[in-house]
Design a protein around this ligand. Sequence first.
Ligand code: UGB
Length: 595
Amino acid sequence: THNFNILSPQQQDVAKMLLENGQSHLFKDWPAPGIDDDQKKSFFDQIIRLDSSYPGGLEAYIKNAKRLLADSKAGVNPFDGFTPSVPTGETLTFGEENFIKFEDRGVQEARKAAFVLVAGGLGERLGYSGIKVALPAETTTGTCFLQNYIESILALQEASSQGESQTRIPLAIMTSDDTHGRTLELLELNSYFGMQPTQVTLLKQEKVACLDDNDARLALDPQSKYKIQTKPHGHGDVHSLLYSSGLLKAWYDAGLKWVLFFQDTNGLLFKAIPASLGVSATKQYHVNSLAVPRKAKEAIGGITRLTHSDGRSMVINVEYNQLDPLLRASGYPDGDVNSETGYSPFPGNINQLILELGPYIEELTKTGGAIQEFVNPKYKDASKTSFKSSTRLECMMQDYPKTLSPSARVGFTVMETWLAYAPVKNNAEDAAKVPKGNPYHSATSGEMAIYRANSIILKKAGVQIPDPELKVFNGQEVEVWPRITWKPKWGLTYSQIKSKVSGNSSISQNSTLAIKGQKVFIENLSLDGALIIDAVDDAEVNVSGSVKNNGWSIENVDYKDTSEPEVLRIRGFKLNKVEQQEAKYTEPGKFSFKP
Ligand code: UGB
């Protein structure tokens, strides 16, 4: 009935495959040959794209979808036979001897590392109109997440290369149609924030076909009968993309050993990277997941040991929406609740994974990078025979260990939340509804967490800093510490930071301190106001004396106030730069800053 003669042989093959896999509805409304031939061809272009971007092709996608949809309809429990228990991992406390030892080791290992940023998500929960990596992590300097990430990797590169200039830590960024163009533009407009353009590889993930029903019939776009409707497949795509692009092999051939995955909006992350890489290297972990103490019902997965009745056992993330039902079904009648410590006994997954490259490539050679998928249809009614809207298969990058053999060394590292984790995921309205005591994960809390972490670190390094004030922005109560920021190259590890701080210094609660230089030494500084130190890398500046001015105050901004820019509205405050002292050093040399 279908005349496919206008098609190329490759297109005819996929047409045949579709018909053999229950997809004849796609052609049901096609007019006679000669009509709409161009659209028909572009339909097949899309089909071929969908076919080539999925491990095993579209046929495998349809088969996997049928199986997963049947399981979902039958209510099959993905954890059937498994009992959850609390796993043991490495727990680190910032500044302790152990922590410093791991940091030193991590810095050494970093020259053999490659970084992978997953940034294909649009961040629907945040509702920000731009791409998330372009969002300022903090507004004191206006540094966006991508800049912070790249400068952190460059700082690590410099610290680990010990003068060997050829070390270049590669960075791959997974984008999607939603983020690709704007990510590339951000990099190009800012000269890659100091990286060599050849150091950075963008890998674009494709969306996958939507499904209309339990027979996995592909959904047509509501606007066009010549287009399949598509949706994101999830961050798990990163594995097949790294594999099929040949990047992993290139890294392996270049002698690299570690691949570090991270997400788009965590302004604290790199404070935890050196130590956790040190843990991977010391413990020879094939997989190391970073974790933080988790509040029950927090929207981060729980790291769990799952033991099967047949004896198999694995340490894996159980996603936040699955943890509660799993616990209830396995002898924890209260489900996902805090223990007497005030936290869930299951560490929270922050989706920062460190994989050892050799075993990783070996595994992907077997799987082609395919990650265990799931489907989450919204059914019309209890008969589960039809969907409210089309669905699709999804996958998550942290599910990678699920296919590993039990002999794989899979571990995790728990860090303090203040040091390691403050993502920007929730819009102001939703953040204000977060149960009291649980983290907001908003632009407000994300920025304040940076000041808090920097203040706590300087305090540990010997600077006197008062306790924070509590303030409310966009309905969220947060700790407000002095607004202290520094460039990653000033101090990425505790040892580096301690080597820059000496004597007797103090910073008042209302102060702002921005260190935009590498060799800036804080000696005997008393700061009550705003101080910006901007020095080229070869200028060594010793800072002491007393700085007092009216500083930068914090003013409330209502998120509904459209006269303010969106980046300020979503955080609920803006900085009013009343008065500051600026110290600028543009030439190499030795300088003393004494106001
Ligand atoms: N992302 C992509 O690159 N492509 C996609 O198709 C989708 C996302 P979300 P999520 O650490 O806070 C994860 O949406 O998926 C990127 C973990 O699953 O921010 O709800 C996207 O750009 C969860 O266990 O998070 O939850 C972003 O960088 C917990 O660890 C990243 O993937 C949680 O993150 C995450 O996407 C967390």
